[in-house]
Design a protein around this ligand. Structure first.
Ligand SMILES: *Cc1c(COP(=O)(O)O)cnc(C)c1O
Length: 407
């Protein structure tokens, strides 16, 4: 059967080979950094082993740059990737949750402004699915409360808000090159930072950072070859069942390498960065088709995009507000070979490992719980066939309770 992967970077065997060859060049790291600096508009960049490694390092640097030992909390959206609280734990800090608005999938600026900042070191954005958060607001709220802002652009490389790159708001930002992000090297990430005390602390931390272990980077390269060659719908149905690729799983894991980015991953990331605009155009055009086709379907809510923003649309997120309809929709899309997912399965407050880290028990985050129970993400990558959006509409219409009642 043919199966459209839920997310991914469409990449030819030639691109992969060119990237791996590029990794042999000792200047590949500098070339990648220069591209990341250009895209983010920030003066510092370091490439590291993953987005979570980037977050761990930035939080450690922020802790070093801020002398107050009282400030050991990181204020994060109550619905985001589980790697975020895992990286906070790895940095020896605690998460504090701020609820999200289901309409935007982002922390509501009013809720953020009302948060207790007495122990907050840093506020972290999420920019989920590549849709920019209200980052100008976060920046001013964090500054007003004496906290740093870390702009988590793991899913939003190439997105912008009023002309400013997502990832460049606040003191430092991060990008991920994992599976299902804007560009994929299996694992990888980058930190960007402005001039200042956090960048100076990062400079110290990065100077002592070990290189990637040969086994680690070799394994990731082997996985990348399989992943790249098999992302096409005609073969993806087979690979998605291979457990060692770890596709589609969301886990809370604090044991991961914190190293520099391996050479092959650096080369492939640099190669894909050169095609960032083309990759983004395809995703945006597929997201627009989905939005146009699904607009107005009963029980289906499209995300609200901030004015003046350009999204990266690493996936297209919709919410289906009727639980039985949502389950049926995911199952029917799956059966039709369209990789729709339920995204992160829980609000962070409902992840036991995260709840155990919270200083005060069970904050009330109904917005995050609503998102977790309603969200469905749809593919936008370059292997989505023409007409997919209309097929999705047809499948949702047939699964819809409105239609069941009418029949
Ligand atoms: C994926 C992701 C991360 C972590 O990136 P990895 O490279 O997978 O470690 C952090 N934040 C968000 C929002 C993510 O989606």
């Amino acid at each position: 059967m043919s199966y459209i992967a839920p997310a991914g970077t469409a990449m030819s065997a030639q691109d992969l080979l060119a990237g791996l060859r590029r990794g042999l060049d000792p200047d590949a790291g500098e070339a990648l950094s220069a591209m990341m600096r250009r895209v983010s508009g920030l003066p510092h960049c370091w490439s590291v082993s993953s987005g979570r490694a980037a977050m761990t390092l930035v939080l450690r640097a922020m802790r070093m740059a801020r002398s107050n030992p009282q400030c050991d909390e990181v204020l994060i959206p109550a619905y985001t990737c589980y790697s975020v609280p895992a990286a906070i734990a790895r940095a020896g800090l605690r998460p504090r949750l701020c609820d999200v608005d289901p309409e935007t999938l982002a922390m509501c600026p009013d809720a953020l402004a009302r948060a207790d900042f007495s122990r907050v070191l840093t506020v972290v954005s999420s920019n989920l699915y590549g849709i920019p958060n209200p980052l100008e607001d976060y920046e001013s709220i964090a500054a007003r409360n004496g906290a740093w802002l870390l702009d988590d652009a793991a899913q939003a490389l190439g997105a912008s808000n009023n002309g400013r790159a997502v990832g460049s708001f606040g003191e430092a930002g991060l990008y991920s090159f994992d599976k299902g992000k804007v560009i994929c090297t299996i694992q990888g990430g980058a930190i960007v930072a402005k001039h200042g005390v956090v960048a100076e602390a990062l400079e110290h931390l990065l100077a002592d950072l070990p290189s990637s272990a040969a086994v680690e980077s070799g394994t990731n390269t082997a996985k990348l070859v399989i992943y790249t060659l098999c992302l096409r719908p005609a073969v993806y149905d087979l690979v998605r069942r291979l457990p060692f690729l770890g596709l589609g799983r969301t886990v809370f894991e604090t044991r991961y390498p914190v190293t520099r980015l391996g050479r092959p991953q650096t080369g492939v990331a640099a190669e894909l960065m050169g095609r960032l605009d083309a990759l983004a155009d395809i995703r945006r055009s597929n997201a627009t088709s989905l939005a146009d086709s699904l607009d107005g379907l009963p029980h289906v809510k499209l995300p609200r995009l901030p004015a003046g923003s350009v999204s990266a649309f690493v996936r297209y997120p919709i919410r289906i507000t009727d639980p039985a309809f949502r389950d049926r929709a995911i199952a029917d899309l799956e059966a039709a070979g369209i990789g729709a997912t339920a995204s992160f399965p829980c609000a962070l407050v409902d992840v036991p490992e995260v709840a155990a880290l919270l200083r005060y028990p069970a904050p009330h985050t109904p917005g995050a719980r609503a998102v977790a129970s309603q969200i469905v993400t749809l593919p936008t990558h370059g292997y989505c066939p023409p007409g997919m959006a209309l097929r999705v509409r047809g499948i949702l219409e047939r699964a819809s309770p409105a239609l069941l009642v009418a029949a």
